[in-house]
Design a protein around this ligand. Structure first.
Ligand code: FAD
Length: 159
């Protein structure tokens, strides 16, 4: 099976879009990620999957903490910025949620500590214990078949 065929197959699964953020020695870093899932209610655990080539891997290991920020449909630029899809001249300002750096106006900000990690193939799964969260109303940014989409368009089709 070709890698492209596998990627196309996985891209059929529509997801939201997150920015993962971590702080190391006073510097904050972000990375766009859609591999995310809720794992457990008691304790409250989530999982993210980070490629072994991503700089975020060591940043999370060094920090022992990370935030997950669910982007709104108004935040495609943030996704592109933290996926390296577009260059920006300006400095990005992170907000804080307790000790965690977070993305302002995200629909959901989760402050997590690393609970466990598992290397599987060329990715590392980080289990995060959620210590704090903030929610905001709004429509999510959607990623499907390699493209950014908005939920309103899907609702319009269903009417
Ligand atoms: P870098 O390349 O250092 O950072 C990524 C980008 O963010 C760079 O352009 C950098 O300049 C910018 N940046 C970082 N910190 C700051 C800051 N403080 N201020 C301003 N800019 C900053 N990869 C995965 O491993 N797992 C996933 O689940 C995943 N899902 C994705 C979903 C989508 C929709 C997309 C588009 C990409 C996804 N990726 C995923 C790919 C991943 O986002 C990129 O490979 C990313 O470039 C890897 O970043 P890095 O950690 O190597 O760090």
């Amino acid at each position: 099976m070709e890698d492209r065929q596998f990627r196309n197959a996985m891209g059929k699964f529509a997801t939201g879009v997150n920015v993962i953020a971590a702080e190391v020695e006073g510097e904050v870093y972000g990375m766009t990620a859609n591999a995310f899932m809720s794992v457990s209610l008691d304790p409250k655990l989530i999982v993210i999957s980070i490629g072994d080539q991503a700089k975020m891997l060591d940043r999370i290991r060094q920090s022992g903490r990370f935030s997950v920020n669910v982007l709104s449909c108004e935040q495609q630029e943030e996704s592109m910025r933290f996926a390296g899809q577009k260059e920006f001249e300006d400095q990005f300002e992170f907000d804080r949620l307790g000790e965690a750096p977070v993305i302002k106006d995200a629909l959901c900000q989760l402050s997590c500590e690393v609970y466990n990690e598992h290397t599987e193939g060329d990715h590392v799964l980080f289990i995060g214990k959620v210590n704090d969260l903030v929610l905001k109303e709004g429509e999510p940014l959607i990623f499907n078949c390699g493209k950014y989409r908005r939920l309103e368009a899907l609702e319009a089709v269903a009417k």
